[in-house]
Ligand binder design. Structure first.
Ligand code: S3P
Length: 166
């Protein structure tokens, strides 16, 4: 069993992933943390010192490694499915779930989040809403390739497991 949670920054992949893993007796891996540990560098530092293209290569490498983990729930980075053929690799090696959350909720969560995210750093509320609109439109092409979608934030963990086991 290998479950990938995908979706935009702030959609709740890590929070849901941790709860789902505990509920189902699986391991939990946060892909961003995994990349930071593997490279001994924070994500913001990788972006500022090496640039986004280098980050995407590291992200791909991390995904190739994580695709060999078993009995695991993986919370992927928001951009991960949208580069190379990453989403196809995820679909081939596990069950993929897209957390499809309203853009207004994403904007509110991201404005209140303590996590430093290089792509949205320093944006005002208006700039952030415009950025989400623009990038989400492009990214949805990849996110919607997931095997399953969750739009109900109150969905029961049991129902998620039933869905992936169906
Ligand atoms: C990114 C999302 C981040 C992180 C990096 C880039 C993106 O992960 O991988 O800052 O391109 O959407 P979260 O979705 O966990 O914030």
């Amino acid at each position: 069993m290998r479950i990938y949670l995908i979706g935009y920054m702030g959609c709740g992949k890590s929070t849901l992933g941790r709860r789902l893993a505990k509920h189902a007796g699986l391991e939990f891996v946060d892909m961003d943390h995994y990349i930071e540990k593997r490279n001994c560098k924070t994500i913001p530092l990788i972006f500022s010192e090496e640039g986004e293209a280098e980050f995407r290569k590291k992200e791909r490498k991390a995904l190739e490694e994580l695709a060999e983990f078993s009995d695991v729930v993986i919370a992927t980075g928001g951009g991960a499915p949208c580069f190379f053929d990453n989403v196809d690799l995820m679909n081939r090696t596990g069950q993929t779930i897209y957390l499809n959350i309203d853009p207004k909720i994403l904007a509110d969560r991201l404005l209140n989040s303590k996590t430093e995210r290089p792509l949205i750093k320093g944006k005002s509320k208006e700039e952030l809403v415009a950025f989400i609109d623009e990038t989400l439109n492009k990214r949805n092409e990849f996110y919607t390739k997931a095997h399953f979608q969750i739009t109900d934030p109150d969905i029961l963990l049991d129902d998620i497991m039933k869905m992936v086991n169906s």
